[in-house]
Design a protein around this ligand. Structure first.
Ligand SMILES: Cc1cc2nc3c(=O)[nH]c(=O)nc-3n(C[C@H](O)[C@H](O)[C@H](O)COP(=O)(O)O)c2cc1C
Length: 195
């Protein structure tokens, strides 16, 4: 199994990265894992040029080109993002927009998944406030994004009230939960995952 983990915060070693690393600790011995920090890539949002509608590939020659094949090979796609203004970060938004080519391939060009996969999507997110709806926009967006690659959103872990860099370390139970989820997805059937 190949798991592609996307880190969407601009803050290196911040709360979402610590959370993601705890999760990956649980997965690591079992799956092939690749972690990508979006803030280290040079890529653009979708320019709506429409070229993909003819050729089924994206013409933007930037670092995202490295990701297309990884995304299509993934059995699991994990997004770790802090909440920024009731949504995911701009890095994640630009990443999501580049799935337009997959939307075109599926819905306009009627192409099947090239590797016949149905990737499972997992979201790891946190925010500084206690707002009841702070994760809603990202969940909705991620579901729609996953659909373009014949994938399915299976759930996530969400933590509130975490703001300062590294503050999540004050909550070892959250990190334990993330590590356990990693172990569960790698070793247990889906109905036993605590998402
Ligand atoms: C630009 C910006 C916008 C933010 N917007 C929200 C928000 O709408 N709701 C919230 O609960 N936290 C918000 N936060 C707080 C972050 O989600 C929080 O500090 C988080 O722990 C950062 O995670 P990181 O260390 O992985 O970057 C915002 C932070 C920044 C910098």
């Amino acid at each position: 199994m190949y798991l592609l983990a996307i880190h969407g915060s601009p803050r290196k070693n911040g709360n979402t990265e610590i959370l993601l690393d705890a999760f990956l600790n649980g997965v690591n011995q079992h799956f092939i894992v690749e972690k990508i920090r979006l803030s280290e890539l040079n890529y653009q949002p979708c320019l709506e040029c429409g070229k993909c509608e003819k050729q089924g590939t994206c013409i933007l020659q930037d670092d995202f080109q490295l990701l297309y094949e990884k995304i299509l090979k993934a059995d699991f796609l994990v997004i770790a993002t802090p909440v920024f203004f009731y949504n995911h970060t701009s890095y994640v938004q630009a990443f999501f927009e580049r799935f337009q080519v997959f939307w075109v391939r599926k819905y306009l060009l009627k192409l099947p998944h090239p590797f016949n996969k149905q990737p499972k999507g997992i979201l790891l997110s946190l925010g500084a406030t206690k707002g009841a709806k702070i994760f809603e926009a990202t969940i909705r967006s991620f579901k729609y994004v996953l659909d373009t690659i014949y994938g399915k959103y299976v759930g996530g872990l969400f933590f509130r009230n975490i703001e300062k860099k590294g503050e999540i370390l004050n909550y070892p139970e959250y990190l334990e939960k993330a590590k356990n989820l990693g172990i569960q997805i790698a070793t247990l059937p889906e109905e036993k995952w605590e998402l």
